[in-house]
Design a protein around this ligand. Structure first.
Ligand SMILES: O=P(O)(O)OC[C@H]1O[C@](O)(CO)[C@@H](O)[C@@H]1O
Length: 531
């Protein structure tokens, strides 16, 4: 089976569908016509359509990866750690969770989570993935592993043999890989952007080394690719539905896993948010726990369920099909939706802003912002006037602060929870999404930080300015140096949080910053307050 898209309760205006047909969009997209998104997007689009070829061009990787996995197994290296952010790690996470094979995805600067990945080094091989080769999180993780292997007694040559690198040709990481004698370097197609790279080496190398069967992903995608030039194909229908919903005021797309595919929403979130969230508009993905979770429906929401029938009259999409077809189909649909929205789906103009803020804060030093109040294990700070007039001195000051933030979400707005915590040991933070969504009609999203900065972060800064933000940070039990860098993981994490607060404050967005002086106690307090 390829991809089926069932649309219920959503009026798809014939003019939208007819226009795409009249413009021969399906055939032109498959033909990699870079003019589809207008003259301003043409130059970028012309070097960002390589994902359409991946079902065929990635085929040569399958046998190469099988050989490499066998070679590693022969040396007892059966624990795979992936260092990568956004498009360099989200697809492998879905592929391996769905295949049920173990992959340690390290897409964080949380010192505790990084330290916890530094175990079982005798069986560990590290995949370092970065298209640009310049992402500070990934570079820091790589440095930490080099030092950890050295401290475990490996010499320089042995250390190099523990690394597999995926990057674009000529990137700084490709040079580093040569210098460190990395066991294998996979050079990816530069005409494929990060969030469109699921079926490239970025998606396939870590997944195959972890034991996933990646050949079938490509076959599933190839099946779909065969029909993508046809008017009215399923992926086109998906893009039309996304675009039509947006035009009808349903600019939030709730994503619910309903099939054997696990964690798909986190991957699709980056694809859709970073592709469409710009020029003051965009489709906001809202990853929900199930098709009937709080926020899976609403006056400005379209629900997209993976392989499960959505309850009620909709409007909803049911998108069924194997993972390989889902990856390609959603990439194609997002490109189509980008044309309907009138934006360039291939750039990320606002992502660098937080990166630059972080770099400046790392060199100037962290801002010293005193808390407005400390309530139990929670230090309360804010920006955008969200707590003006709120009495934090009472024992339910945290509840009052949260209510004030919820009240600050404008009509058709959203509340974004951004957790600079350890997604293994502080996993309960993710429960805050549904808990907050149960207290408001507005959309509530949750993102582990700093990885969301490479995903919905673009939408927060470039999309419609109707967000209210809850930023969670926490005291780390212990810090971890970043070898040969003037900062530690802890200061990098804090600088990333401060840099994003700055970017949001520059847009006068309401932001509540809760700093947990004891992470377990603080999360317990928050979840208790939210019932
Ligand atoms: O693969 P790289 O170059 O490290 O980038 C990681 C991610 O960061 C972004 O460039 C945005 O910050 C994403 O588009 C990309 O997937």
């Amino acid at each position: 089976m390829s991809l089926t898209v069932r649309i219920t309760g959503l009026e798809v205006p014939e003019p939208v569908r007819n226009q795409l047909g009249a413009d021969d969009v399906a055939a032109r997209l498959v033909g990699k016509d870079a003019t589809l998104w207008g003259p301003e997007a043409e130059s970028e689009a012309s070097v960002r359509l390589g994902w359409l070829d991946l079902p065929a061009t990635s085929r040569e990787l399958v046998s190469r990866l099988a050989d490499l996995r066998a070679e590693l197994a022969g040396e007892g290296l059966d624990r795979v750690v992936l260092c990568g952010m956004g498009g360099s790690s989200l697809a492998p996470e879905v592929i391996c969770r769905t295949a049920g094979v173990p992959l340690v995805v390290l897409d964080t600067t949380d010192p505790g989570q990084v330290a916890a990945a530094m175990t079982d080094l005798d069986r560990t091989v590290v995949v370092v993935s970065s298209k640009s080769g310049g992402t500070v999180e990934t570079d820091s993780q790589r440095r930490a592993f080099v030092t950890a292997f050295a401290e475990a007694g490996l010499d320089e040559k042995e250390i190099g043999r523990r690394f597999v690198v995926v990057t674009d040709p000529g990137s700084p990481l490709s040079e580093t890989a040569a210098e460190m004698g990395a066991r294998e370097v996979f050079l990816a197609d530069p005409a494929v952007g990060g969030r469109y790279s699921a079926l490239s080496a970025f998606g396939l190398v870590p997944s195959a080394l972890a034991g996933a069967e990646v050949g079938s992903l490509l076959e599933e995608a190839e099946d779909l690719a065969a029909g993508l030039a046809e008017p009215g194909n399923a992926a086109l229908e998906l893009g039309v539905a996304m675009g039509a919903a947006f035009r009808a005021g349903r600019d939030k797309l709730a994503l619910a896993d309903g099939s054997e595919i696990a964690g798909f929403g986190d991957w699709a979130e980056q694809l859709i948010a970073e592709s469409t969230g710009k020029q003051g508009r965009g489709i906001l993905p809202v990853v929900v726990e199930s098709v009937d979770a709080p926020g899976a429906s609403g006056p400005d929401v379209l629900l997209a369920a993976l392989g499960a029938d959505a309850p009620g009259p909709g409007p909803a999409l049911t998108v069924s099909g194997p993972l390989g077809a889902q990856f390609l189909g959603w990439e194609y649909a997002t490109a189509v939706a980008g044309r309907i929205l009138g934006i360039n789906p291939f750039d990320q103009p606002n992502v660098t802003e937080s990166k630059e803020n972080t770099r400046r804060i790392l060199s100037d030093g962290l801002p010293d912002e005193q808390p407005l109040a400390t309530i139990g294990a929670i230090e309360v700070r804010c920006s955008g006037g969200v707590l003006d007039g709120v009495d934090l001195s009472s024992h339910d000051g945290v509840a009052l602060a949260l209510d004030a933030l919820v009240a600050a979400v404008p009509p058709r707005g959203y509340l974004a929870v951004m957790a600079y915590l350890d997604r293994e040991r502080d996993a309960s933070a993710a429960d805050l999404r549904a808990a907050l969504a149960g207290r408001t009609e507005r959309a509530v999203t949750f993102g582990w930080a700093p990885r969301f900065l490479h995903s919905t972060g673009q939408y927060h800064k470039g999309g419609p300015q109707v967000g209210a933000f809850l930023q969670l940070t926490g005291v780390a039990a212990g810090d971890l140096p970043v070898p040969d860098q003037p900062f530690t993981f802890g200061t990098l994490q804090a600088a990333q949080a401060a840099g994003d607060r700055q970017a949001l404050a520059d847009r006068d967005r309401p932001l509540l910053h809760l700093h947990l002086t004891d992470r377990a106690a603080g999360l317990g307090q928050l979840l208790a307050v939210l019932g």
